[in-house]
Structure formats: structure tokens, C-alpha cells
Design a protein around this ligand. Structure first.
Ligand SMILES: C[S@@+](CC[C@H](N)C(=O)[O-])C[C@H]1O[C@@H](n2cnc3c(N)ncnc32)[C@H](O)[C@@H]1O
Length: 274
């Protein structure tokens, strides 16, 4: 994060942390942004329809303004939405009075017993706002609260994103021209960010996403996430580009949606004896 002194000179550079993300997610305008979101994303709908059966218990992590609540609560016989932002939880409680929402951090799910849920969802890249240790604790906690063969669906930003495509469908020539220009600028910013931070080369890493005034954001690829999930006992069974139903090439895919299954506890091979 850059601090600017009098006269506009840069006086300090401070590394962003996960604490900055929580400040953003507690900001009223950001809460309103997520309360206003209503639609499921195409890749999300595809994975929900394919991997979630009716009458299951569902934990909705990073529930935000409750965008996914109507769809998931209707499918579920036991639905709980959690978020670490008090303001997001308050907005959900006011909006869906008959549903349960708790203030809870994704990396510490101790309010839930082992094997409580058939499915855990962490939608719209919420996972990417955790630091490295918190992310690995979150995977272990998700695996702990999931029943054997349970499903974990989440998304994560693509570390190999290089370009931003303009949406030109249904717009006139002038607006189309403006959108093309804006996409050009954003492409330059995106490619510079992923390459300069080393995230592109390493296929993972943290970048500063300018959204909501700046979020410290993890980016990854299916290849870098699979081993992290596997350590926790989670196996990737589906990975879709956020561009579904028209899949995009990797360099144009802003994030990937993943469906994982909880490897049954008794079938995990223990480490060989020394
Ligand atoms: C990009 S928003 C998505 C909100 C909602 N899931 C949606 O799809 O509209 C990410 C959400 O994850 C929450 N979040 C981020 N880190 C979290 C953590 N460590 N524990 C719980 N919630 C977290 C944020 O407060 C925010 O509400």
C-alpha cells in the first residue's frame, strides 16, 4: 500500500496484510455492494447443480451479503452462513431472518463439530483473502467439518491471468469503443501486476487487487492448489474457468471454480514407519 505525503510524494510503502482485507469487508459501501449481488455465476451454478443433492447440510463460508443463501438454503435441510465481518453477518441476519448466520473466521471452525456438513461452500474467491497459514488451516478445518465423501466448492483467482476481455454484447459502437479502451488499460495493469509480483512465474502468489480500495489477494492455478488441498484430505474433482458456459483460455480466465471431495478418513494412507 502506498502512503502519499504533502505535495504528492510517496512517503512509505507498507506491505498489505489480511487485516487490511477485513477492514475493507467491514466498510458499509462494500457490504452494500455484496448485499446488492443476487445472481449465481454460471460456473458456480454448474458446479452446484452437478455436485449438490437436495436435503443436505451446507456451510456457506464468507457468505458476504447472502448472494448464495436463497439457492443453498432451499437445497439444504441444515444451512449455516458464516463470515468474519460483523457487518456482513448483520446484513444477512436482517435479510434472511429464518436462516442461521454466525460471526466466524474460515480458519477456525471450532464452533462446528467434526463431520457436521455434507457440503462446504466458499464462493466468489473469499478464500483468497486469507494469508498462507490461515489458508492451510482453513483447508484442514473444512476437511474436519465435512462428512466422508462430502463436497467443498470454492473459487480462487488465476495467477496466470494476463488480459481482461471487454463485454461488447448488446452495446453500441461508442460504448463498445470506450469498453475496449478500458479493457486495454485493465489488461496492462493486470499483466504488470501478475508478472511483477512473480505470481505469474510461480503460478501462485499475492497481488494487490485495486477492488474495494485494495485487497491483498492470493492467486493460484489448479496445479498449485491441488497439493495444498490434498494435504488436508481434499481431492479436486472438477475445475472450471469463471467464463462458463463459454470457457476462456487460461490467460483470460479471471478465476477458477473448484469442486473437491472429502477423501474418506479410513481410506487415507498413513505415513510409512521409519
Ligand atoms: C468476495 S466476498 C464474497 C461474498 C459472497 N460469498 C458472495 O459470493 O457474494 C468474500 C467474503 O469472504 C469473507 N471472508 C474473507 N476472509 C474470510 C475469513 N477469513 N473468514 C470468514 N469470511 C471471510 C469476506 O468478509 C466477504 O464477505
Amino acid at each position: 500500500m502506498t502512503f502519499v505525503g504533502q505535495g504528492g510524494c510517496i512517503i512509505a510503502q507498507r506491505k498489505m496484510t489480511e487485516d487490511d482485507n477485513l477492514v475493507r469487508y467491514r466498510t458499509p459501501s462494500v457490504v452494500s455492494y455484496y448485499v446488492a449481488a443476487t445472481q449465481l455465476q454460471p460456473a458456480e451454478r454448474e458446479l452446484f447443480d452437478k455436485h449438490l443433492q437436495p436435503n443436505i447440510s451446507i456451510l456457506d463460508i464468507g457468505v458476504g451479503g447472502g448472494r448464495t443463501t436463497p439457492y443453498l438454503a432451499e437445497l439444504s435441510n441444515h444451512y449455516v452462513g458464516i463470515d468474519y465481518s460483523e457487518e456482513m453477518v448483520g446484513a444477512c441476519r436482517a435479510r434472511y431472518r429464518s436462516q442461521r448466520f454466525e460471526l466466524c473466521d474460515a480458519s477456525n471452525l471450532t464452533i462446528f463439530a467434526d463431520e457436521t456438513f455434507d457440503a462446504v461452500i466458499f464462493s466468489f474467491n473469499g478464500l483468497d483473502y486469507l494469508g498462507p497459514e490461515a489458508r492451510s488451516r482453513c483447508f484442514s478445518e473444512v476437511a474436519r467439518v465435512l462428512a466422508d465423501d462430502g463436497t467443498f466448492i470454492f473459487s480462487s483467482h488465476n495467477a496466470r491471468l494476463l488480459a481482461v476481455a471487454p463485454v461488447l454484447r448488446g452495446v453500441g459502437p461508442l460504448r463498445g469503443f470506450l469498453r475496449l479502451g478500458r479493457a486495454g488499460v485493465r489488461t496492462l495493469q493486470t499483466a504488470t501486476r501478475t508478472i511483477r509480483t512473480g505470481a505469474y512465474g510461480a503460478a501462485e502468489g499475492y497481488v494487490r487487487d485495486p477492488i474495494h480500495g485494495g485487497l491483498w489477494t492470493y492467486t493460484s492455478t489448479p496445479q498449485t492448489l491441488e497439493p495444498q488441498l490434498s494435504v488436508a484430505g481434499l481431492k479436486v474433482v472438477d475445475a472450471l474457468s469463471a467464463g462458463m458456459p463459454a470457457p476462456k483460455p487460461t490467460w483470460l480466465t479471471p478465476w477458477f471454480y473448484y469442486a473437491c471431495t472429502r477423501i474418506p478418513r479410513h481410506s487415507r494412507v498413513s505415513d510409512p514407519m521409519p
